[in-house]
Design a protein around this ligand. Structure first.
Ligand code: CA
Length: 228
């Protein structure tokens, strides 16, 4: 099972892509990233457009992203934020995020993006310690899957009531129902522990009385959680 092919034929997906609006900087960043061997972790453009839509729907001004990679989703969020809005984005890689920085500048939204190079759990703990619990409108979780439950809990603490967490890769390319659905390339990247953590979190969210939830079959599965 390849990315974004859960529901649609190649032809139908091409049609969906032909209907999207994608800013020039986003398009060029996506094409540059597609040449990287880790490009499988980049969100597809229809998902980026959906995140932008959510930011505007929420009227979000303060966002958090866990897992920057080359900065495509941060750019989607930043473009949708008002000029005085801010997205804090967490990653451990200078190399990947430096690619994003160029496009953030080009799109004139670099002032809205606060990149924190550190372990995301440390950045989240520091935000909570500095009194920012309950202040974020939106969180996007899209980093190492083994820490997903920790990211979820910290994000819920940082989120305001009515705010939304979007959690990516909740289907883990089909492996949540059967690890044998992964091809060799994906099997080399996704561990049994990743699968266990994502399955467990999906079950936990279903039962979690602190939130409302909906799992969308978009790209590799995107769960939206609204804090009560
Ligand atoms: Ca992802």
């Amino acid at each position: 099972m390849k990315k974004s092919e859960i529901l649609f034929s190649d032809e139908l997906r091409e049609y969906i892509l032909s209907t999207l609006r994608e800013e020039e900087a986003l398009r060029r960043l996506r094409i540059e990233t597609s040449k990287d061997q880790n490009a499988i972790w980049q969100i597809p453009p229809e998902q980026g457009q959906f995140l932008s839509f959510l930011i505007k729907l929420l009227g979000a001004k303060k966002a958090l992203e866990i897992g920057t990679y080359t900065g495509y989703s941060a750019l989607c969020v930043a473009l949708a934020l008002p000029d005085d809005g801010k997205v804090i984005t967490c990653d451990i890689s200078e190399d990947f995020t430096n690619i994003g920085r160029r496009y953030w500048q080009e799109a004139c939204v670099a002032h809205k993006i606060d990149l924190r190079i550190a372990r995301a759990l440390d950045t989240l703990a520091a935000l909570i310690a500095s009194g920012e619990a309950g202040t974020f409108d939106f969180v996007f979780i899209d980093a190492d899957k083994v820490n997903y439950d920790h990211y979820y809990e910290k994000s819920l603490t940082l989120l305001r009531p009515g705010g939304i967490i979007a959690i990516d890769n909740v289907l883990l390319f089909g492996s949540v129902i059967d690890p044998n659905l992964l091809d060799d390339e994906l099997r080399a990247r996704i561990t049994d522990e990743d699968i266990r953590v994502v399955r467990t979190l999906n079950e936990k969210i279903k039962q979690d009385s602190r939130i409302d939830e909906t799992m969308l079959p978009l790209a590799d599965g995107l769960t939206l959680v609204r804090k009560r």
